[in-house]
Structures are given as structure tokens and as C-alpha cells.
Design a protein. Sequence first.
Length: 482
Amino acid sequence: MNKFQSFYKQVYKQGKLDILQTTKKQNFFKKPGRRANSLAIIGGALGDEGKGRIADELASKLLKNHSSLLFYRDNGGANAGHTVEFNQTKIVLHQLGAGVLQKNATVILGKEMVLHPQDLVTEIETVYQALNIKKLPADLMIDEMTFLCLDTHRAFEAVLKMRSTGSKGATGRGIAPAYADILYRHPLRMRDLAGDDWDKKLKTHYQLYQQLIAGCGFELAKIEVPNLKGELIKVGSYQQLLKRTTQAKKVLKKYIKPVYEYLAKCWTDKTPILAEKAQALGLDKRWGVYPDVTSSNCSFDGLLSSTEGIIDHDQLSVKAATIKATYTSSVGARVLPTIMDKQLAERIRKDANEYGATTGRPRDVVHIDLPMLSFLFKTNKVEELVMTHLDISYSDVPVKVCIAYKLNGKEVGYRPDQEYLNKVKPVYLELPPWDGNQVKNKKELKELPIEAQQYIAFISLSLGVRPFMITTGPKREQTIEC
Ligand code: IMP
């Protein structure tokens, strides 16, 4: 019997649900030996698990009990898409963290992000328009050390998409080339944009990309790249790019600052801290399946390096990963063994609106894969579980969960390698479903149908984490705090 089968036995045969009862709300924010009120939230699977909404809710919860909040983002850029509903308005955030919608919060866009200046300006303007305001609700600080992601990077990625398999699934936001510039040791940073010699620095950069792209047989100026709204614009000449980036600089300059001292002060004076990671554990280049991995550090340890040692992930009081309760969505070329029957996948896609927030692409829908999730949770030392979409369950369809892989008749574990995954065969358990409509307005775990309670207990035990939050629908009030 593998460990998942023994948890199945405990929960479904012996009726042990203690993990739901022993969870105590106040412990989450003040764990013994940890820095109080410090939380990090991460995508636990392959992205698009609804972290933005969870981060938004946690931020408002912390601000109910505290007069200030530090909201930190450390990775990714315009490839992320976080939908939050605020005052009856739906806002899709990309580079700004969800904390930007909260008064009394300070949002830091951290050193290891790759920010696209014009997209950031568009995003700020979108928030202004959606909320009919002229100033962001939160204070925004952009670390002067943060890296830039420019249209040159997007153009190079567009060229690579035609020539290399690795870039095919990319969001087109230039993320990999921007991170590659860091490895090549010639990145451009926010303080370069803010400085007086931006024109010179941009020229050197533009010429390099012009030559790289010419070497591949294309002309940089003529390449079309997507902006935040997905419209295609030509990169244009150096002068045209200089003009666009200089316009963005005028808006952004006031936000670009050194942040180290401020961060260190917040950590020692016990300001509540909420870190929202972008992308997900299964998209990390060390833990994910090529080519569908992104270039940033998607693990908790990225917080330590982006803050130069200040936000120590081992000290955090909450290290929560978010997954969709009954299925996993995935975009890209990866082929997972846990592929779902097409009809059920389509039903879920429609009911849960499984289309990319940044690209609008329909997402693949696969079964919950415990070997994969437990690998990701273990390698990243996740401690709490957030489950979204608990309402996606149909009383006539058992919830199928993969509990093992078989290879040549032997039980084997998950490894992030497509060739390996092509060979394994999933072993499933069929778990009793519940009626998704019946969980939509529930506020407490104990009010949920017994099948849903059993399921939450089983998944939490299997992943070695404590249930932390459950969402039962898209609205803020459709949340169960465990
Ligand atoms: P990139 O981040 O644009 O380089 O894309 C690399 C891979 O990560 C592609 O397979 C993308 O679809 C995936 N990816 C990047 N960001 C997200 C996200 O926020 N959700 C889901 N997939 C993502």
C-alpha cells in the first residue's frame, strides 16, 4: 500500500477527519519560532490556480487587524495574469501585485522581477479607470535594482519561437530573453531607465538585439510584439523605442527607489508581510517539465535572494500553496499522464472559465496528480494548502485522483521529465463527489457535505500540509477559512 492509499483508508474507511478539526486559525499567523504575520502564497501546480484573489483576500484580512502591510513580489513579469474582483469590478493584474488595490499597503515590485515599463504604465492606468481614481490605493515602490523586460526581448522571443522548440509555448512577453540578459551579465535595470544616460544604455542594448536578430535572418525594427492588451506593435527604430520607454519613465520615475533599508525595517519592526509569488512551482525551471517552464525562480527561496536575505522563507509563518480542488489546469506542450476524458474536461473548462488571463488560451484540464503535487510540495517545503474551485464537482461524476504511476509493472514516483512521463501509466482512485452547488455559500468546513470534507482531509494528508483556505466560488465572500 503506498502512502496515498493509507491516507485513503484512514479518511474514507476509518472516518478520520482530525486534520480538519485540529487546524486552528490563530496559529497560522503566529507559529511558534516563526516571524509573526509573515505569509507567502505560491501556485502549487502548473499556474493559474487563483493566487491573485487569495492574496487580495489575505491582504484585506491583515489590514483589518493592522495599520500597515508590506506586499512583496519577487518573480516574473507581464507573463502573470491575476484576476481579482474589487468593489464589483473585475481587474486583471499582471505586474502589479494584488496588494496594490489596498489602502495602507505598500507594494514592492522586487529585484528579481523583469518589468516591462510601458505595460506597467498601461496597468496602472487600467486600475485608475476601473476604480475611477487618480492615484493607486496602495503606495507603490519599484526596486531600483529590478530588471527590465523590453520590446527587444519580446522580439527576440518571437524569433526564437520560430527556431527553437523551447520558446514555442512562451507567453510572448519576453520573459526568457530578459532573464537570459541577467545570466549574460548585461541586464538593464529600473535605475538605468530612471537615470540620465538611459538613451546611451538603451542604444547599446538595442544594437546588440538588432545584431542577434539580424543573425537569425530578421530585422528587429519590423518585428511585431504584443503589448499588455495583446495588440501587436512594431518594435520600430531605436529612436521610437527610446520615445516609448522615456514616456513610461516619466510615469514610473517617482516609484523607482532603493528598497533594501525599508524592507529591513519592515522585517524587524514586525510590519505584516505578504509575499505573492507569480507563476507556480510546476513552472519552475528546476521542478517543472520542459519546455513549459518559465525563467524566474517560482519557489519560496526566490524571496530570500530577491530581498538579499531579508525575507527568509524558513522564518515565514505561512507558506501556502494554491491548487484547484478537483483538477489541474495546464497550458503548453507538456503531456501529462493524467489527461482527462475530453467531455469532462470541456465541462470543467466551461464551468470554471479555464482560459488564460494573459493570453486567452484555452487551458488543458487534467486529473489531480498526487505523485506530481507531493513532489512539488516536498521540494519546496510547502506547509499550508489553499484549495480553490471546490464548487467544481458534479454529483454524478466521481472525483478521479491519480495516486501512483506504473512503469514496467512497478510503482514509481513523479519526475519532471517529459520522456519519463510519456512512459508511465497513472493509477487512479475514484472518490465520492459532492454537488458543487451545495458548497457555494458555506462558511465553515463542518457545513460542507461529508464527501467534500473527506476529500479536503485526504488531499491535505497526502500532501503533508494543513488546510488553510478553501474557495467555493469566484466572489470574495465565497471563502472558507480553515
Ligand atoms: P514564459 O513565462 O512566457 O517564458 O512562458 C514559459 C512557460 O510558462 C509557458 O509554457 C507558459 O505558458 C508558462 N507560463 C508563464 N506564466 C504563466 C502563468 O502565469 N500561468 C500559467 N502558465 C504560465
